[in-house]
Design a protein around this ligand. Structure first.
Ligand SMILES: Nc1ncnc2c1ncn2[C@@H]1O[C@H](COP(=O)(O)OP(=O)(O)OP(=O)(O)O)[C@@H](O)[C@H]1O
Length: 274
């Protein structure tokens, strides 16, 4: 099935209100290798949820399950449910495009189309997701998305210049703008600042803070200070002694850092391992 097997109209402004994303007993495999064990989490609207844990514990796999990217790997398998406002995105009757339009993704390395203009980069999100926008609406949409991504003031006078000419931090905000163009209800971010310098990191974090009322945000981060700065709730993943990754503890970020219930959480958030 192609990503653009159905084309739909752009949802109107405000239609894409933030959604609750919930997983129930999600387990995952690559071939015979089980990498996640019964992960149940609720990621509510108007909150940033941070997924933390040492390398290899399954955070990225979990994130990719949340918008049906996991199934792109031929050896990948999955059990459990992923509910978007109570509806299972893996329901047999649902197309993959349905999930992708509502649940966007921003990756570790900024990946705009380098030779394409800033303007067209923003609109490329529509084409990739099979969404049609009226020609007359496009200018407003580009401004809307670049403003929400905190980039408009910096690029408004050079929208026809290539996306590749921007700094790394600007490119990442351009990628955020591209994700927002389809008016998603959830935005997944996989270590979005790990390739950025501290100043650009702060700017993207500020953008995350501004966006959280527009779109439910789930972010994977290795940076504990960042988790504390940007998230309101956290989930700590761990894969111990060759076992699949599982959630050891989750809850409000402040509590996870100041008074964790599990010694392993305390050791991890205080940098004693990982
Ligand atoms: N495409 C793949 N094929 C096979 N195994 C994979 C694939 N992707 C990930 N894995 C395995 O799944 C496990 C979880 O990996 P994942 O990338 O989800 O962890 P992570 O916590 O995000 O790690 P990191 O913090 O280093 O990015 C690891 O054992 C990894 O080797």
């Amino acid at each position: 099935m192609s990503l653009t097997d159905t084309t739909v109209e752009l949802p109107p402004v405000g239609a894409g209100r933030p959604a609750t994303l919930e997983t129930r007993d999600v387990s995952a495999w690559f071939g015979d290798h089980k990498v996640l064990e019964r992960v149940s989490l609720t990621m509510p609207p108007h909150r940033v949820t941070a997924l933390i844990g040492p390398s290899g514990c399954g955070k990225s796999t979990y994130l990719r399950i949340l918008n049906r990217m996991h199934e792109l790997v031929s050896s990948a398998a999955l059990a459990g449910e992923v509910l978007l406002d109570g509806e299972d995105i893996y329901d047999r009757g649902r197309r993959i495009t349905h999930a992708r339009r509502q649940i966007g993704m921003v990756f570790q390395k900024p990946n705009p189309f380098p030779a394409m203009s800033i303007y067209d980069n923003v609109l490329s999100g529509l084409k990739l997701n099979g969404i049609r926008a009226a020609r007359a609406d496009k200018d407003a949409l580009v401004e809307e998305c670049l403003t929400k991504a905190g980039l408009w003031k910096e690029v408004r006078d050079r929208l026809r210049q290539p996306g590749g000419a921007l700094s790394g931090g600007q490119q990442q905000r351009l990628c955020i703008a591209r994700s927002l163009a389809v008016r998603p209800r959830v935005l997944l971010m996989d270590e979005p600042c790990s390739a950025l310098d501290p100043t650009s990191t702060r700017r993207v974090e500020q953008t995350i803070g501004e966006l959280m009322h527009e779109v439910t945000i789930v972010i994977v981060t290795h940076n504990m200070q960042q988790a504390q700065r940007v998230s309101q709730q956290c989930a700590f993943f761990l894969a111990e002694h060759g076992t699949p990754g599982a959630v050891v503890e989750h809850g409000p970020t402040e509590a996870m850092f100041d008074s964790p219930q599990d010694e392993r959480t305390s050791d991890y958030v205080h940098g004693r391992f990982g």
